[in-house]
Design a protein around this ligand. Sequence first.
Ligand SMILES: [Zn+2]
Length: 194
Amino acid sequence: MLQVKQIVNNIFTSNTYLLFDDDYDYCWLIDIGDFEKVANAIPSGVEVRGVFLTHTHFDHTYGINVLHKAYPNCCVYTAEYGKVALYDEKKNFSRYHEAPFVYEGTDVAVLQDNEKVEIYPGLFITAIATPGHCPSCLTYVLNDWIFTGDSYIPNVKVVTKLPNGDRKQAKQSRDIILQMALGKNICPGHGEIV
Ligand SMILES: [Zn+2]
């Protein structure tokens, strides 16, 4: 059975989510912060096959190079703009933090709005484009779970006063998310699962 585990990272207490099924020897991640915490949460012998980025801001991606070293076959999933921002320390905002970085790997898959990825036989995760906070924002729907990143954090206003933020888009995205989230567990980029 699919299990979802929340991991709270040190930088800005962003969330990483671990998705795994005991019947398989591989797992998946939503965002990547502190690799060590993630590694401790992964059952032994289980490999990370891919990481789905909610967006490419550094607080949601800063563990990506350590992850890539530990699991060289791990694929990074992001939106079109995310693929650009991963390789640009200005666009991923890490330049304005203490440890600027760009992604050192090459295995990046671009997801379009509504694109599905089969993560376990018969089980699909769907990416929904939810720009506004950042053009790279994707929200992921998986069974009863919805991973909203910073596009929707319950009781928190979406931050759009950033380079490339767009208030109007953010509102449209929020409406889409609220509709899709009915009856689901909301897993935001910061804070508790609701
Ligand atoms: Zn962000």
